[in-house]
Design a binder for this molecule. Sequence first.
Ligand code: PEP
Ligand code: MG
Length: 755
Amino acid sequence: MRGALGGPRVLLRRLREVMAEPVSAQERLDKIVVLIAANMVAEVCSVYVLRIDNTLELYATEGLKREAVHQTVMSRDEGLVGLVASEAKPINLSDAQNHPAFSFRPETGEEIYHAFLGVPILRAGNTLGVLVVQNTARRTYTEEEEEALQTTAMVVAEMIASGELSSLARPGAEPAIRHTQQLTGAILSDGIALGHVVLHEPRVVITNVIADDVPKELKRLESAIATLRADLDRLVEHGDGIEGGEHRDVLEAYRMFGYDQGWLHKMREAVMTGLTAEAGVERVQSDTRARMLRASDPYLRDRLHDLDDLANRLMRVVMGQDHAPSRDQLPENAILVARSMGPAALLDYDRKRLRGLVLEEGGPNSHVSIVARALGIPAVGEIPNAAGLVEQGDAIIVDGTAGHVHLRPPPDIESAYVERVKLRARRQAQYHALRDRPCITRDGHKIDLMINAGLVIDLPHIEETGASGIGLFRTELQFMVSPSLPRTGEQLSLYRAVLDAAGKRPVTFRTLDIGGDKVLPYLHKVEEENPALGWRAIRLGLDRPGLLRSQIRAMLRAAGGRVLRVMFPMIAMVEEFDKARELVEMELTHLRRHGYALPERVEVGTMVEVPSLLFQLDELLERVDFLSVGSNDLMQFLYAADRGNSRVAGRFDAISAPVLRALRDIAVRGRKHGKPVALCGEMASQPIGALALAIIGYRAMSLSPSAVGPVKALLLDLDVRKGEDAILPLLDKPVGSVSIRGHLEKFATAEGLQL
Ligand code: PEP
Ligand code: MG
């Protein structure tokens, strides 16, 4: 068996010369296949390029019939070439014709070839095409040859990615790299934005793939690895994160990989074949990304993500770029694309230029989504490989109303969206005109519309929306976006700012709701089997009262001379409420003793979000000053369906008899006890949800600021009495016999209410 002539380094040197020649794209490709075939002593070398119609087209060949070039087109799942493309893995066979996936194309004349080696042409883990060598003899290509062909494929990947080959394509059959794509994900924040991609973690653009001097490149790689390790050691030891507070366990995973011999060995090998240090890192990273995209085990996928991040860091060290580019130099109309992002990182960007956000991860209840909503930035999440599919500066549309993302949109889609943006602006102007009108239904019911808030950036929303107060101030957000535990003084000044901004309007402060999915990066994370059902919120607060007491103290001091409303999250038993209320009394006594100005009045209430409270409502209502239903968690626990899991998100309907019966019961009992009951979950932010709530007796709701306009417009047109007549009897019919949602929709249409 013969090996490669002159080895991969000679091949790469020759390829570099070909890349520099002033020839056409086709001539360059033709020369490349000849060079590869000669170097690897193969009779055939062919390049197949993946097209936007998901087919693979033969772009160049040495050995197969020349007439087949640009004529042979296969579907992505056809034959061995298709298998290489879809699995993004090399296939190395001594007798290809015996392989079940082998498919014979007479026009290429390939029936006489037995040995087959195909490798994917990858960039950022995406398959751009396939590079193949073939021999008539039944030979097995060595591991080194496989490695060399993969290295060579990087050069072809650069040619495809640069757009050089697009000139060879027929319209509608261009290489897939730059094509229009419509992707669907999860809605994180409502709204529509048109703009250009800014990668949150920009990929380092490699311009130099082929090494001049291999020992020098090896040295560059080694020294970058040493720097990376030293950085990670320091970060883990100091326990603090960089770039928005990474978790200690993530840093520890990074450190483990940073010392992983297998990973390092692969990069060294790639450089030894003749790549520059940065191209060596990219080669291995591209394989990792390809595996990551195909991994179905979430644990494995997370680890591959970590490894991908680490490769990014290493790449920056190799290229001498210590940090990601500055966040305050955004272009106009920037749409951020990231794998994942913390809330603090999002707040670092210049709000005036930021138009939208696209994430690979991140459910609607993730912290970054909460901040995106507070900032009014349309956002879509759960778009697999989003960051790998785009290039810096690509045109992009984020449709946070439908959960769509359009990459490199065609002109007709773009102009349709421009129209929709104009329409939305007109509608916003109409909502704005309602701002100062009290929210009173057609038949005279006053409904309090308040907003949900949690950050200083939310405060202008009170004035903008004309809301009657803050019905839920999520105090944990300050803790979540802060790099370290906020001191009592910092809490105090935030609460004071909130009360100042609200003026005479009431503010309901919810005490810390952490634990579960709300993790603070600087606090030790307790590993739990079921965090949503675990040691969280008030449970943590009562067991370790130091933090809760200092928070209550900050609230009491901030409200000196004013009314303070405090609310506890995740109360499951009346006894917990009693204990929590006792803490408020203790802090009041403490402040009184030290001569602080006390609030004019303190009202203490609780969220209703654990179903056990539904069966102790009378006892609870005797104790509290008010209740606020957290429909997000209440739904999650009533239906036993994780609120952050998109697989079960659409399975259960909040606008259905079981939920509405429970909610009605809370409102009815609240009235009986003379205690105000509001609802502050997302249900109230949807017009159909608000309609249902008004009909079953809710007279106070707390909404996302952007929902105030549409909900108010609907309620102003509503005749509650008619709604009660149409809907309430249906709630008492057997469950499943009628669709409450369907009847509400019909009612809205008949009454001319805009859902
Ligand atoms: C809820 O559970 O409905 C709620 C308002 O609280 P959060 O979304 O912060 O858990
Ligand atoms: Mg909740």
